[in-house]
Design a protein around this ligand. Structure first.
Ligand SMILES: *[C@@H]1O[C@H](CO)[C@@H](O)[C@H](O)[C@H]1NC(C)=O
Ligand SMILES: *[C@@H]1O[C@H](CO)[C@@H](O)[C@H](O)[C@H]1NC(C)=O
Ligand SMILES: *[C@@H]1O[C@H](CO)[C@@H](O)[C@H](O)[C@H]1NC(C)=O
Ligand SMILES: *[C@@H]1O[C@H](CO)[C@@H](O)[C@H](O)[C@H]1NC(C)=O
Ligand SMILES: *[C@@H]1O[C@H](CO)[C@@H](O)[C@H](O)[C@H]1NC(C)=O
Length: 308
C-alpha cells in the first residue's frame, strides 16, 4: 500500500511537470470521457465536425475510443488517462460537399476543426494572436487495422487561411504529382512537417503502435510592423519529453491576408491523376482523379493549443 502510494505520488509529480499549466491553454481539443458520439454529431465541444461525407453522420467517421486505446502518455497518467483518443476515418463515402459548391470527388476527407463556443472563425484570433506566439500540440498513432495507402498523399494537420494555403502542415504519403511520378515516393511512410512554402522542416518515420507527439510553435506577425511569421517544431514518441527538432525559422511567404486560419486535424486523401481525364481535369485535384475508396483511419490525442 505504501509502495503504491509512493508510485502514484511519483507518477503524479512527473505528470504535473509534463502537463501544460491550465492558464496557458488557449483551446483544448483533448476529448473528456463525458463526451459522446451525439456531441460529435452536433459539433458540440472543441470540434466543428461538418467537413465529411455528406450522407453519413459525423460519428460514422469520427469515433471516440473510450478506454480501448490509451491516449498519448505524454499528457496522461498511466492507467488514469484524462482524455479519450479519437479515430478519424475515411471510406468511399467521404466526399465533402461544401455549401453552394460541387462535391469534392477528388478527395476523401474527414476534418475536425478547432472551435470556441461553436465558432471556428471566432477561435482563430484567440489561437493566432497578432504579434504573439502559440504552440499547436497533437499526437498521432496509426490505426493498424485501417492503414493508409502510401502511394497517395495525405494532409493530416494544418492551419488553413481562407485562400486554402497552409501556415504549416503535416503530410504523409507520396506528394500528388501531375503527371504521376514514380510511386511510392521516397520517405512516403514518413511524417513531413512543412512550412507555408511547402519546405520540409522535419521528417520522421511513422512507426506502428507508437504515439508520435508534435508541438509546432507559430509566430504570428499579423499586421504588426516589425514582427515576422515563424515556425519551430518539437517532437517525441510516447511518454518521452518533447525535443526541439527544427529551431525557430522564418515562415516568410505568409502574407498579412493569411494572418488567420482554421486549425484542422484530419485525414485528407488526395487522388492519383486519372489518365482517362482531360488535362484540365487532371490538374483539378479537388474534383477529379483516382481513389480506391478504402476504409482508412488515424488516431489522435493530446490535441490542444498553448500560449508561449
Ligand atoms: C466510390 O465513389 C465514387 C464517387 O461517389 C463512385 O463513382 C464509385 O462508384 C464508388 N466506388 C465504389 C467501389 O463504391
Ligand atoms: C449522397 O447522396 C446523394 C443523394 O442521394 C447522392 O447524389 C450522392 O452521390 C451521395 N454521395 C456519396 C458520396 O455517396
Ligand atoms: C465562450 O462562452 C463562455 C461562457 O458563456 C464565455 O465565458 C467565454 O468568454 C466565451 N469565449 C469566447 C471566445 O467567446
Ligand atoms: C493504393 O493506391 C494505388 C494507386 O491508386 C492502387 O493501385 C492500390 O490498389 C491501392 N492499394 C490498396 C491496398 O488499396
Ligand atoms: C523580420 O525579418 C526580416 C527579414 O528576414 C529581418 O531583417 C528582421 O530583423 C525581422 N524582424 C524581426 C522583428 O524579427
Amino acid at each position: 500500500m505504501f509502495r503504491l502510494a509512493v508510485i502514484l505520488a511519483v507518477g503524479l509529480r512527473v505528470a504535473q511537470c509534463a502537463l501544460p499549466s491550465g492558464t496557458n491553454v488557449l483551446w483544448d481539443g483533448r476529448v473528456p470521457f463525458s463526451m459522446t458520439e451525439a456531441d460529435i454529431d452536433a459539433s458540440t465541444g472543441p470540434y466543428l465536425t461538418v467537413v465529411k461525407g455528406q450522407n453519413e453522420s459525423a460519428s460514422y467517421y469520427t469515433t471516440l475510443l473510450g478506454h480501448k486505446i490509451p491516449p498519448t502518455p505524454l499528457h496522461n497518467l498511466p492507467l488514469l488517462p484524462s482524455e479519450q483518443a479519437l479515430s478519424v476515418s475515411i471510406d468511399n463515402t467521404s466526399v465533402f460537399l461544401p455549401g453552394g459548391s460541387t462535391p469534392q470527388y477528388g478527395f476523401r476527407r474527414t476534418d475536425l476543426i478547432a472551435q470556441i463556443n461553436g465558432s471556428n472563425s471566432g477561435a482563430d484570433p484567440i489561437l493566432e494572436p497578432a504579434g504573439g506566439t502559440t504552440t499547436f500540440h497533437f499526437s498521432i498513432q496509426a490505426d493498424v487495422a485501417h492503414p493508409l495507402n502510401y502511394t497517395h498523399e495525405y494532409q493530416i494537420v494544418f492551419i488553413e487561411p481562407s485562400d486554402g494555403t497552409h501556415i504549416f502542415e503535416v503530410q504523409l504519403g507520396s506528394p500528388f504529382t501531375d503527371p504521376t511520378g514514380p510511386l511510392p515516393a521516397p520517405n512516403a511512410h514518413w511524417f513531413k512537417v512543412r512550412d507555408h512554402a511547402l519546405n520540409v522542416l522535419f521528417q520522421t518515420p511513422f512507426l506502428p503502435l507508437t504515439w508520435h507527439n508534435f508541438a509546432v510553435t507559430v509566430g504570428w506577425a499579423g499586421s504588426t510592423p516589425g514582427s515576422n511569421n515563424t515556425l519551430a517544431v518539437a517532437y517525441s514518441v510516447d511518454g518521452l519529453p518533447l525535443q526541439t527538432v527544427a529551431p525557430t525559422t522564418p515562415n516568410p511567404t505568409v502574407t498579412a491576408a493569411e494572418a488567420l486560419g482554421d486549425f484542422h486535424i484530419a485525414v485528407i486523401k488526395l487522388p492519383l491523376v486519372n489518365p482517362a481525364d482531360t488535362p484540365s481535369e487532371q490538374s483539378d485535384v479537388v474534383h477529379y482523379g483516382i481513389q480506391e475508396g478504402t476504409h482508412e483511419a488515424l488516431l489522435y490525442s493530446g490535441v490542444f493549443v498553448t500560449k508561449d
